[in-house]
Design a protein around this ligand. Structure first.
Ligand code: ACM
Length: 540
């Protein structure tokens, strides 16, 4: 047993009572709720769920209540009866009370468990959904499981909880472009996110290694671009053939719906003007030297010009066509266009691009990059959407409506927030979950770095350099599961948990309540839940 594991289990056994001013802490230690709620007042006794227990809900609350019934059914071995109205005793009541929205926001809730009833109230259905996740976590961990368990007393400790999130953007990124992720694996990823109250899933759908989303107007994007045929590094070995794949538009609609039912917005990422190799392979006319590319056989096109496209007006129109279909599929207000790591030196060497810079009276290649991003920004804005890009979109001047995702440290986020732009903090230092999480000698091969659980837990998304007004532009944070070295779901989950449990608390719980030792205690319960759910994780 590792030192961390020993400390976590020792604390569970002794159930230490802290004399902290933070009243909720002592109770929450034994309850294993992650992320920690805003306030918890423990009571005496418990509420028992039996076959006779009814769930009472009406109107919009009924849809959320039925999710509770379905979530508990596998472990209980039966479905709790869902009814519209009943006397209170012995029931779980799920209610929307619009007046609560003012105090708790869209996502907040109150949960009160007494020996007679459990009542979950919220101002909106999203809050009920989160109250239900907390109720699942108040039950023994096996209640979250997929197997029927006999002989467990299904009891909820008496408690009063008031809760709402600190940040509105609580995200994780997955990367089906590097290694395709089948639909059922995405569903499992979404389910586990929802249990930890995450609400944004960024899907990195396109990159040099693969284009993963069907676009009707440009069928070659998946017919050619989803099937790369050369080696990559997986766990230190060269894979002879990369299995490709893509999501049909039907798959995408399904996933968007599946996520929305769990209050997760899927934010699509369509990379441009770099990381665009698979698109250039499929449609050489958006590349720098179309004629030369057309003359090459498909396999030889993959590495041309590091996947940097030519931002000529025809390429802009091509990508706006793509975004039109993307907007049709994804209701997300935010559409991510990448914007990172463009080696714009290729534009310096290209006569046509130099002509474009002169013609449009731009300063240089950075100006051309900025011009290109502005075309996308204006296009998305004209359709009521907001452009999100990695912090390189600051180079050459930020597009007026852009939201910046700060990955190369905090600097991009600080500059953007100071200029009045919204930002999402996603720095390599604390949120790159493709990095090692233990000694590299004993961990599965990773891309590099060293990002341990405690460092994730210590993360503060609001940079110290921002004043209170500027800090309001920090929408939240997001962790990245880049897929170069992650080729299957078991490994993906190993890289995600428990670090995502730590991040969920960073993004949801009040800063003043953060306490590493108490988190470790509650984490023991969370890991038990993950075991019951058959979700892989890295043992402590
Ligand atoms: C990135 O990691 N290139 C955003």
């Amino acid at each position: 047993m590792s030192e961390l594991a020993r400390r976590a289990s020792a604390r569970i056994l002794t159930a230490t009572v802290y004399t902290s001013v933070w009243v909720s802490v002592a109770a929450s230690q034994t309850m294993g709720i992650i992320p920690l709620p805003v306030s918890i007042e423990p009571g005496d006794g418990s509420f028992s769920i039996t076959r006779a227990t009814c769930v009472v809900a009406e109107g919009p609350a009924a849809a959320e209540a039925s999710k509770l019934v379905e979530a508990l059914a596998p472990a209980l071995g039966y479905r709790l009866k869902l009814v519209g109205n009943l006397p209170a005793k012995g029931t779980i009541q799920v209610k929307v009370e619009p007046s609560l929205r003012e105090r708790l926001g869209e996502e907040g809730y109150e949960l009160e468990a007494t020996t007679d009833t459990v009542v979950i109230r919220a101002g909106a259905p999203a809050g009920l959904f989160y109250g239900i996740q907390t109720l699942r976590q108040l039950l023994p961990p096996a209640a979250c499981g997929r197997q029927k368990v006999d002989g467990v007393p299904w009891s909820v400790p008496c408690v009063r909880i008031r809760d709402f999130p600190r940040f509105q953007w609580r995200g994780l990124l997955i990367d089906p472009a590097r290694h395709f992720i089948p639909v059922p694996d995405v569903e499992q990823f979404i389910d586990t996110m929802a249990l930890h109250k995450f609400n944004r899933l960024q899907m990195h759908l396109t990159d040099d290694q693969g284009w993963r989303i069907e676009i009707k107007k440009y069928p070659q994007l998946v017919q050619t671009g989803a099937w790369m045929d050369f080696t990559t590094i997986v766990q230190g070995k060269a894979e002879s053939k990369r299995p490709g794949g893509f999501y049909t538009q039907e798959d995408i609609r399904h996933l968007v719906r599946y996520a929305a039912e769990r209050y997760i917005i899927i934010v699509p990422e369509i990379e441009m003007p770099a990381h665009t190799g698979a698109a250039i392979v499929s449609y050489p006319q958006i590349g720098l030297y179309p004629q030369k590319l057309n003359d090459l056989p498909v396999p030889k096109r993959w590495t041309a010009h590091e996947g940097v496209l030519a931002p000529r007006p025809q390429s802009v129109a091509f990508l706006q066509d793509v975004l039109t279909e993307v907007m049709d599929l994804f209701p997300s207000k935010y559409i991510h266009i990448g914007g990172d790591e463009a080696n714009i030196a290729h534009w310096k060497e290209c006569e046509e691009m130099q002509g474009l810079i002169r013609e449009m009276k731009l300063k240089d290649e950075a100006g051309l990059h900025s011009w290109f991003i502005r075309q996308m920004d204006a296009f998305l804005a004209s359709h009521g959407r907001k452009l999100v890009g990695w912090d390189e979109i600051l180079q050459g001047g930020l597009a007026p409506g852009a939201v910046v995702m700060s990955w190369r440290g905090e600097a991009g986020g600080i500059t953007a927030a100071q200029a009045g732009h919204d930002v999402v903090m996603a720095p390599t230092s604390h949120t790159y979950f493709d990095y090692y999480q233990g000694p590299s000698q004993t961990e599965p091969k990773a891309i590099g770095g060293d990002l341990r659980l405690e460092k994730v837990y210590q993360y503060e998304p609001i940079p110290a350099a921002l004043n209170a007004d500027q800090a309001k532009h920090v929408l939240g944070g997001q962790a990245q599961l880049w897929g170069e070295y992650i080729s299957n779901q078991k490994h993906r989950l190993y890289m995600t948990y428990p670090r995502a449990a730590a991040l969920s608390e960073v993004l949801w719980s009040p800063r003043a309540s953060h306490n590493w030792d108490q988190f470790l205690t509650r984490l023991a319960g969370d890991l038990e839940r993950l075991r019951a759910l058959e979700v892989n994780y890295r043992p402590l």
